[in-house]
Design a protein around this ligand. Structure first.
Ligand code: NAD
Length: 355
């Protein structure tokens, strides 16, 4: 192992890192177990080609830690973890297939200390393949793979309600305008929920046919992708790509609330302060987009009743309300408050846990 891999692992504050080299495909595998005091650690499995294996390790360490704070932020007693398969380049179908089966064996050998599901670069079908050699896959049951999108959308929907309630003292969405950027797996079911709640919908998508279909279905106004940041609206819901909140876009925003599913919405941590300075309420992305993860953890625990899973996802509303209240009390960004609330949860060992 090169010094840099060793240095990164030694400097990390997590509990354990599993490093494996898959010789047939030349793939480095890193499983970062950040917080394992709890019964089990859960995080997705990512497949990606990095410049160097050390970058893949870095991603696993960063994302594994992030998962600890995601679980704690929504008040669930799981540890954080992440699996990364750092491939040397694109793999043909047979090589990919073999890698997934061997990855499953590796996860299986951890005896449940790490449970995993779909993430960037892996598909639900991939996870079904991994499940052939591993019992610790979340979101897969009886050879069928669940779609996390609608659960994530529900978490965003109740998160928007929490933000509106915090801002206006009343969580009703009737007549509130919401611009959904990206009407895909999360944005589309979110549009339906908002429509049913009486919100005024605006939609934007780089795929014009997707935007047109959503506009027709929900009577929404279409906003051109380039105009998203200059459009006056109550809530901007980023549900497409990351880094849309940055020094170029934040001064242009004409909304009171940013609340959407996209991962890594802030370009840098300073952008959270910039939103706070502009009095725009920001729902921390890793909390508001936790619905799929929460539901999959419930599925793994044997809950197959959709209304029970939805009830778990809906606890995101109370979690965000707590974070917004803490942020307002300390006159700071909800991003900082979320970290503090999660740290409190971890230090009390999850006494208020819902799972
Ligand atoms: P998706 O690929 O199904 O949908 C994304 C949509 O955004 C597509 O319709 C695409 O055309 C559109 N899009 C892409 N770039 C755009 C741009 N610049 N402007 C406007 N539209 C654009 O993805 P998804 O599963 O709905 O996920 C959306 C976001 O939420 C991603 O950032 C994802 O990482 C995050 N997320 C998703 C889940 C989940 O359960 N699917 C969970 C947590 C976080």
């Amino acid at each position: 192992m090169s010094d840099s891999l060793q240095d990164k692992i030694e400097a990390w504050d997590g509990e354990a890192v599993v490093v494996s080299y898959d010789k047939p495909t030349g793939t480095w595998i890193f499983i970062a177990l950040h917080e394992t005091d709890s019964e089990s650690s859960i995080g997705g499995s990512r497949m990606k080609t990095y410049d160097t294996p050390a970058h893949g390790l870095e991603d696993a360490l960063r994302l594994g830690e992030g998962m600890t704070y995601k679980w704690a932020g929504v008040g669930i007693r799981f540890g954080g973890a992440k699996g990364v398969m750092a491939t040397p380049g694109p793999l043909d179908e047979a090589s990919r297939d073999g890698l997934l089966l061997r990855y499953g064996k590796l996860v299986q050998s951890l005896g449940g200390r790490f449970r995993t599901g779909v993430d960037l670069g892996t598909t639900p079908e991939d996870l079904l393949r991994v499940a052939e050699t591993c019992d610790y896959i979340v979101g897969v049951a009886d050879g069928h793979s669940e779609d996390p999108g609608p659960f994530t959308a529900l978490g965003v929907f109740v998160g928007i309600r929490a933000a509106v309630a915090h801002r206006h003292g009343d969580g009703s969405l009737a007549g509130r305008s919401v611009l959904i950027q990206g009407v895909g797996d999360v944005g589309l079911p979110l549009a339906e929920m908002l429509h049913d709640a009486g919100a005024k919908l605006l939609v934007s998508d780089i795929d014009a046919s997707v935007a047109a279909a959503a506009a027709e279905r929900f009577g929404a106004r279409i906003v051109a992708p380039a105009d998203v940041y200059d459009t006056e609206v109550d809530v901007y819901a980023p549900c497409a790509i990351g880094a849309t909140l940055n020094p170029d876009t934040i001064p242009r925003l004409r909304c009171h609330i940013v609340a959407g599913s996209a991962n890594n919405q802030l370009l840098t941590a300073a952008d959270a302060d910039a939103l706070h300075d502009r009095e725009i309420l920001y729902a921390p992305d890793y909390i508001i987009n936790a619905g799929g993860a929460v539901a999959f953890a419930g599925l793994y625990d044997g809950i197959d009743d959709t209304s029970e899973l939805n009830a778990r996802v809906e606890t995101i509303e109370a979690s965000l309300a707590r974070i917004f209240d803490a942020a307002t009390a300390a006159d700071e960004s909800p991003m900082i408050a979320a970290r503090r609330v999660a740290e409190q949860f971890l230090s009390t060992n999850g006494d208020d846990a819902v799972a």
